[in-house]
Design a protein around this ligand. Structure first.
Ligand SMILES: [Zn+2]
Length: 369
C-alpha cells in the first residue's frame, strides 16, 4: 500500500495509531474480572448444614457487624474467605428512644415516625455522631476484617418497599444551625415549621446540596477511621439503586446520595437491587447495574468498584431458583466485579438456590483462575 503524507504522518502510521486506539477502547469496555463471589448474612447458615463455602465457589462473606465473633472470623480465614462487616450507620430506633435529642424532625416540626422498619437518626446530632464513630473504631480494633460496608447511609426514608416513604427531614435545631452556618444563609425567626417552609420555598437547592454534603461527610469520617485503624481494608456502601430521575430524583433530593461526591471516598458501591421487594422484574437488575456502571463512569476513573447485592429471600414473595439465577447473573452486568445475595439463609435453606449459586460461582472461579 502506498503511503501518503498527511500533516507529516504517513498513512501507515495513522493506521497503527487507529488500531492502538481501537484496542485500548476494547480493553476499557471489557467487563472486569469477577473478583467477589459473596454471600450476605451469617455463614453459619451453610456451616450448620455441613457445607463448606469453598465447595460452593464462595470467596467472601458479608455479615452484620453485631453477628461477628472470633470463631466466625477464624473459620472464614481457614476457608480462605474474605470477611466484610456490614455497619448500620444512620438507622437507630433504639438509639432515638434512649436519646430523643437525636430524633429526626420533619417539616412540620414534629418527630418523624418510623418509615416502616427504618428509623433514621439525625445525622448532625453530636452525641450520635460520637457514638457511631466510636462503635466503628471498636469493631475495627476487635476483629481482623477485609473491609466495612456502610449500610443505611441516608436521611430518614424508606426505599426498599414497593411504596417508598420519602419525608422532608431534618429540621431539628442542630440541622438548622449547621445549615445556616455552613451555607451562610440567615434563617428567619419563627417556629420550626415556618423555618422549614422558608427553606423549602426559598433555598431548596442549597438545602439539597447541604444535605448531600452531610451524608458525604459521614462516609468521609468513616473512611478516615478505617484508614487509621486498618489501612488496607475497603470501604463499601450498600445503597438505594434508583436511577437519578426516579421518584422525582428522590435518591439525591430526599436520601441525600450524591455519587459525584461519594466516589471520592467509597471504594466499592453495592447497589441493593432487590427486585422482589421493589416489585421490579428480574431483568431490571442487569439493566440497573449497567446504568449504574455508566453513571459512575468506572472505565475513566479506574474505580471505584461495583459489587451488587441481589435478592434471594422469599419476602414478600417467593423468588424461584430460575429468577435467582437471572438476578445473580444480572448483578454482574456492566462493570460489576462482584456480587452477593440477600441472604445466606435464603440460599442455604433452598437446595435449588444453593445449586444455582454453586453452578454460577464455581464457573466464575474457573474463569478467574
Ligand atoms: Zn437534625
Amino acid at each position: 500500500m502506498k503511503n501518503y503524507d498527511i500533516y507529516g504522518f504517513k498513512t501507515s502510521n495513522l493506521l497503527v495509531l487507529a488500531f492502538a486506539f481501537f484496542f485500548l477502547d476494547c480493553q476499557q469496555n471489557k467487563a472486569p474480572k469477577v473478583e467477589i463471589r459473596g454471600i450476605y448474612g451469617n455463614p453459619t447458615a451453610f456451616w450448620d448444614r455441613g457445607i463448606n463455602l469453598k465447595d460452593l465457589g464462595v470467596n467472601a462473606v458479608f455479615v452484620h457487624s453485631g453477628a461477628i465473633n472470633q470463631k466466625m472470623t477464624g473459620r472464614a480465614k481457614d476457608e480462605g474467605l474474605k470477611i466484610f462487616a456490614e455497619f448500620a450507620t444512620l438507622n437507630g430506633k433504639n438509639y432515638v428512644e434512649e436519646h430523643p435529642e437525636a430524633w429526626a424532625i420533619n417539616n412540620k416540626g414534629e418527630r418523624v415516625e418510623a418509615a416502616t422498619w427504618f428509623m433514621g437518626v439525625c445525622p448532625t446530632e453530636p452525641g450520635f455522631r460520637e457514638y457511631r464513630f466510636t462503635q466503628l473504631r471498636n469493631l475495627l480494633q476487635e476483629f481482623e476484617l477485609d473491609g466495612v460496608w456502610l449500610d443505611y447511609v441516608h436521611w430518614h426514608a424508606q426505599f426498599e418497599d414497593p411504596a417508598p416513604v420519602l419525608p422532608e427531614t431534618c429540621f431539628c435545631d442542630n440541622c438548622l444551625t449547621k445549615f445556616s452556618t455552613d451555607t451562610r444563609i440567615q434563617l428567619p425567626k419563627g417556629t420550626t415549621q415556618e423555618k422549614a417552609q422558608w427553606i423549602l420555598s426559598n433555598n431548596d437547592s442549597s438545602w439539597r446540596d447541604w444535605r448531600c454534603k452531610v451524608i458525604f461527610e459521614w462516609a468521609n469520617e468513616m473512611k478516615s477511621i478505617l484508614k487509621e485503624e486498618m489501612p488496607d481494608a475497603l470501604l463499601g456502601l450498600y445503597h438505594c439503586p434508583w436511577k437519578d430521575d426516579e421518584y422525582n430524583s428522590a435518591s439525591r433530593r430526599i436520601l441525600g446520595l450524591d455519587y459525584d461526591l461519594l466516589v471520592e471516598v467509597i471504594d466499592v458501591f453495592s447497589p441493593m437491587v432487590y427486585h422482589g421487594r421493589m416489585e421490579r422484574s428480574p431483568e431490571w437488575v442487569g439493566d440497573n447495574i449497567k446504568w449504574f456502571s455508566d453513571r459512575l463512569d468506572i472505565q475513566k476513573n479506574n474505580g471505584p468498584k461495583i459489587w451488587s447485592i441481589v435478592q434471594a429471600s422469599n419476602h414478600p414473595n417467593v423468588i424461584s431458583s430460575d429468577e435467582f439465577e437471572t438476578v445473580l447473573r444480572g448483578g454482574l452486568s456492566g462493570k460489576a466485579s462482584g456480587v452477593m445475595m440477600f441472604t445466606s439463609y435464603a440460599v442455604a435453606e433452598d437446595k435449588g438456590k444453593t445449586e444455582i449459586m454453586r453452578k454460577v460461582y464455581t464457573s466464575l472461579r474457573e474463569q478467574s483462575e
